[in-house]
Write a protein that binds this ligand. Sequence first.
Ligand SMILES: C[S@@+](CC[C@H](N)C(=O)[O-])C[C@H]1O[C@@H](n2cnc3c(N)ncnc32)[C@H](O)[C@@H]1O
Length: 260
Amino acid sequence: MSQANSIGYDAAEYSLVKTQAWRLWVEQYTLFWIFRTLGINFDGLRVGDFGSGTGLYSRMMIGYGAKGVLAIEGDRKMVTQAKQESAAYHGLITYQDSWIQDTTGIGDCQVALGSYLLSYPKSPEEVTSYCSAIASHIADAGVYVGFGNNTEERTGGHQYKPYGFTKVHSADTMGDCEGAWVDWHIDGLTNPIRNYNLYPDTYRRAFEDAGMQLFWQEALLHQSQTGNSDWDTFFEGEAPVTAMIATKGETPWNLSAWAM
Ligand SMILES: C[S@@+](CC[C@H](N)C(=O)[O-])C[C@H]1O[C@@H](n2cnc3c(N)ncnc32)[C@H](O)[C@@H]1O
């Protein structure tokens, strides 16, 4: 057992803060742009949602046509809230109350999503254990699509107040930041969300050790918002969030947008 059964912020509150505009125009748009660009059509796929929280993306992937979701989440109250919110999905989503690094899969997820999952490991060793568990759930030729804290954004974090949150960095943001915490204070959430900074190369090595290849995708803005200067601060320098794609073996998905 890796840790207690609570992540430290409230599940019901968390569901409500997912309605902030940037979740829709940046987070959801970037994730589904990646799926579309890879050529993934969810129809009939068995998928994973790791660090599934209150199940927003589990439900969305069923909505897009997936035939079943394995949702893995370590916070017991998140799982309870997710089950309540997913009542109409009649068993299409299997919620497993575990921390991902304590699980070993059977390689039956053709696609897996991790929205903020890899913002939690605190060290190279921990991220390696997360990635090895992720890889165990993913089928050969499958893909993991992640979204989360941009560990390259270390400018201070108070500029994001107009979007409904601030990021507070633990200490020296110029020096060695591997393992440094960053707290997200989100309007409507009583307790902050604590994430940890790891270097992009640390993630790359962790996926490589797990037999997967990592590609990065910067956060994108939905076309409906193009030209709206309200978003300028969000995207100035490094955006506060970023996305990743990790493939297992030779995938049939179209990676040409991420060709190195
Ligand atoms: C910021 S929330 C995001 C929830 C959901 N993915 C979403 O985007 O709405 C992060 C979630 O990851 C869960 N989590 C953190 N570390 C985890 C781990 N090691 N294994 C499984 N879940 C984890 C937390 O409990 C929390 O519910």
